[in-house]
Write a protein that binds this ligand. Structure first.
Ligand SMILES: Nc1ncnc2c1ncn2[C@@H]1O[C@H](COP(=O)(O)OP(=O)(O)OP(=O)(O)O)[C@@H](O)[C@H]1O
Length: 257
């Protein structure tokens, strides 16, 4: 079976700083990859390269056989991207914004309108469909952002910290949605700091630290290697140089006179 996502010998620099150092990864249809790592590890940079938003890198990155550097338009049709931080055009209503996104993807107007209605209903936003988004809460905006990433029914879904700001019920809905989309053969690339969610939804967990992959396997495999711990503990063991408790101590002491 051909991988849906194939990353070979990927290096990326920002100025003199090397932020991705020989990333190699293959992701197959129906897999959910949990891509995790400390702040600044290189997760969003990898995602931006996958989506064709950063093109000055070394190595080979392909999505469904298309080279993301050369066939950027084809790749954008295949991928649905929910970015970590995005500016919504919040003078628009969700209906206006999503209709605009649908038109960009060339979705039939009638199909698009029905999809918008159904997705927003599922997110309990049906009553807000014609309300300007500048009055929306963070979580409401996040739901519209997720809707815009899914609207064209992409085969590959890239979620960069999609749960930020979402309430507990919405987190459950997204977790269930990820599992069902994968069952339908979609490929999900999921970046998050929410270890309990990553642990549950991912078929494979890829841990990146300072631009290098330092662990790659199912949660069960990582547990066997690391001694039957939670993903949070495995993450701390593999990525923190100092004891986290002593760092917390330092922070508290910094506040004392
Ligand atoms: N446009 C840029 N210009 C210069 N440096 C950048 C740029 N974007 C990212 N970096 C640097 O690249 C490194 C990796 O950043 P990246 O955003 O990929 O990390 P991340 O793993 O997504 O982190 P976080 O969990 O905090 O979102 C960081 O050192 C960051 O400062």
């Amino acid at each position: 079976m051909e991988p849906v996502i194939s990353i070979r010998n990927l290096f990326k620099n920002f100025g003199n700083k090397q932020v991705l150092k020989d990333i190699n990864l293959e992701v197959y249809s129906g897999q959910v990859i949990g891509y995790i790592g400390p702040n600044g590890a290189g997760k969003s940079t990898t995602v931006k390269i996958l989506c064709g938003l950063l093109t000055d890198y070394e190595g080979e990155v392909k999505v469904k056989g298309f080279d993301v550097k050369k066939d950027t338009l084809e790749v954008k049709k295949i991928i649905g991207y929910v970015p970590e931080m995005a500016e919504l055009y919040d003078v628009l209503t969700p209906k206006e914004f999503l209709s605009f996104m649908g038109a960009l993807y060339g979705i039939n107007e009638q199909v698009c309108s029905e999809r918008i209605q159904k997705i927003l209903s599922a997110f309990s936003l049906a009553d807000n469909i014609d309300q300007r988004m500048d009055s929306f809460s963070k979580g409401m905006k996040q739901k519209v952002l997720i809707a815009s990433g899914l609207l064209h029914n992409p085969d590959v879904i890239i979620l960069d910290e999609p749960l930020s700001g979402l309430d507990a019920n919405s987190v459950i809905i997204i977790k269930e949605m990820i599992s069902r989309l994968a069952r339908d053969g979609k490929t999900i690339f999921y970046c998050s700091h929410m270890m309990d969610v990553v642990e549950k939804v991912s078929d494979r967990i890829v841990l990146i630290d300072e631009g290098r992959i330092i662990a790659n396997g199912s949660f069960e495999e990582l547990k066997v290697q690391q001694g039957n711990k939670s993903l949070e503990q495995i993450f701390a063991n593999l990525t923190s140089k100092d004891s986290l408790a002593s760092t917390a101590d330092e922070l508290i002491k910094a506040l004392e006179n």
